[in-house]
Design a binder for this molecule. Sequence first.
Ligand SMILES: [Zn+2]
Ligand SMILES: [Zn+2]
Length: 137
Amino acid sequence: MRGVADRTLIVALLVVVILGGIGLSTYSLLAGGEDRYAVHTEGMHFACGKCKHAFVKDDLTVRQLDVNPAVLRVDCPACRAKGSAIPSVKCMKCGAYFVLASYADPAAKRAGRARDVCPKCGTDRDEWFREHFRRKR
Ligand SMILES: [Zn+2]
Ligand SMILES: [Zn+2]
């Protein structure tokens, strides 16, 4: 059972890091409460799966933010494809933005056929979290 608990914590950490990029004000969204619909975002990074265009979106609606980032899809401003862009995340090591296999191809990720590796420095996101998680304890 211990492995399951660890996994849950790692997923929770991932979510915290991803949401951290949106800005502190989003905290009120997670916490619920009166400010729930008065959310201001500072931009979330996306990458288009069709034309590879990378962009930052500042005007996400509460409805768009209120979902798991893994299933969030927005329209691409470059090629105008509908729902083609998925969130990209910041590499914990070098700061480059890239699309996680967890978002682009969850089935492959689960089956172990794909890894969340930064294309710039080669850091495996899962391993990075495992290592930092271990060091903390
Ligand atoms: Zn595009
Ligand atoms: Zn990197």
